[in-house]
Write a protein that binds this ligand. Structure first.
Ligand code: SAM
Length: 371
């Protein structure tokens, strides 16, 4: 058991640290704060709008600092945001969840601007923190910003999915990028009883949950999914778009009564569906007339489904194509979830091994699906 020599480093503590080490010290002149109401980003440049820039750095929103792995230029948002300073309240939540204490050694994966590494380094010391970033330009800017605040954690440019064995074993591994497959290297490099704190989810959507996993031994870890998040994904684990053979059979067309919440792209069930439907991804297409099409795709390209819900309608037309009846799988999963009292974050958990994951409800001996 860890004996604390300090008061607990909870979210309120980390909010104080955030005031003491403002995010502004880690941000470039040109940033794209995320507008939570429109779910879009807009450019703010310190050189032309210093007050707007300062306000954006203090706002409780994620701030994009790079698009399209650095290939994007100009002020218009690019296609995919690929580096950022995370939302301050989420940073505080993740640092609280990591249950950090003096004397611990931490590996952070996804340095980004260096701000989260800086917050941890101020409390734990330079020698206790290692941070990894895959993008050399992003890493160089972070190193510069950290050095400018007198902080010198160990900085490693490389693929954080491999971890950094030279510094192992770690007491904590904190990932600030979304993960689809927890790497075996992370299980090996965190000591038994140590924690992995990471946004985690499935290929069903871009949604993540905050996973707080206790490492049991070098091959397994288990823990709760605490709340919904959405993080930029690890470079090699971004959303996939399966390719389909044009002549898949059989084809089934039906018209059925539907629950419109299945067509709501922000509904909590979207994340749950990813736990229950194996190897499936989805998209919701919004039509100009207010109608929506829910697309479901088998990741191996052997099946797809399109469900069209017209405005104000309570029935949808469903086309199911290929070897799996994906609409039937989705509605069965939805019925199961509703009848089970809609278990959500805080009750759901996962157990990961070096080869996959199992989701569970309340305790690991109540599995709900298998990868
Ligand atoms: C959301 S940002 C990190 C935010 C950061 N912790 C901060 O405080 O500013 C995610 C970062 O993960 C990096 N990244 C993506 N894939 C990676 C990988 N495989 N290994 C290491 N870093 C990776 C991205 O380049 C990006 O900078």
């Amino acid at each position: 058991m860890t004996v604390r020599t300090d008061t607990r480093w909870d979210a309120a503590f980390w909010h104080q640290q955030i005031v003491a080490l403002p995010r502004a010290r880690f941000l470039p002149d040109l940033i794209w704060p995320h507008d939570m109401s429109t779910r879009s980003a807009r450019a703010v440049d310190r050189r032309s709008d210093p007050d707007g820039w300062q306000a954006a750095t203090r706002a409780d929103v994620p701030v994009v600092t790079q698009w399209d792995d650095g290939r994007h230029t100009g002020t218009e948002p690019g296609t995919t945001p690929t580096s950022s300073a995370s939302m301050p309240s989420v940073v505080a939540t993740m640092l609280e969840a990591a249950d950090l204490a003096p004397g611990q050694r931490v590996l952070e994966v996804g340095t980004g601007t260096g701000w989260t590494a800086g917050l941890m380094t101020r409390r734990l010391g330079d020698a206790a923190v290692t941070t990894m970033e895959v993008d050399p330009d992003v890493a160089a800017a972070a190193k510069n910003a950290l050095g400018g605040t007198g902080l010198f954690p160990r900085m490693v440019v490389g693929d954080g999915l491999a971890g950094f064995p030279d510094g192992a074993p770690y007491d904590r591994l904190i990932s600030t990028m979304g993960i689809r497959d927890i790497p075996a290297a992370w299980l090996e490099q965190v000591r038994p009883g140590g924690l992995i704190v990471t946004p985690w989810g499935t290929q069903y959507s871009n949604r993540d949950a905050l996973a707080v996993l206790t490492v049991n031994d070098k091959t397994t870890a288990t823990g709760l999914l605490l709340q919904q998040l959405e993080f930029m994904k690890a470079r090699s684990q971004r959303h996939v778009h399966p390719a389909f053979a044009p002549d898949l059979t059989p084809v089934t067309d039906t018209t059925v009564e539907v629950d419109p919440s299945l067509f709501d792209r922000w509904h909590p069930f979207v994340f749950i569906a990813g736990l229950l439907l194996n190897d499936t991804t989805h998209a919701v297409q919004q039509h100009d007339d207010g109608g929506r099409t829910l697309w479901l795709y088998a990741l191996d390209g052997t099946a797809w489904t399109a469900a069209l819900l017209r405005p104000e309608a309570t029935t949808a037309t469903i086309r199911q194509v290929g070897q799996r009846r994906l609409w039937d799988e989705l509605t069965n999963a939805h019925t199961w979830w509703c009848q089970g009292g809609e278990p959500g974050f805080g009750r759901l958990g996962i157990t990961v091994t070096s080869t996959g994951w199992t989701a569970w409800i309340d305790t690991p001996d109540h599995p709900m699906s298998k990868s």
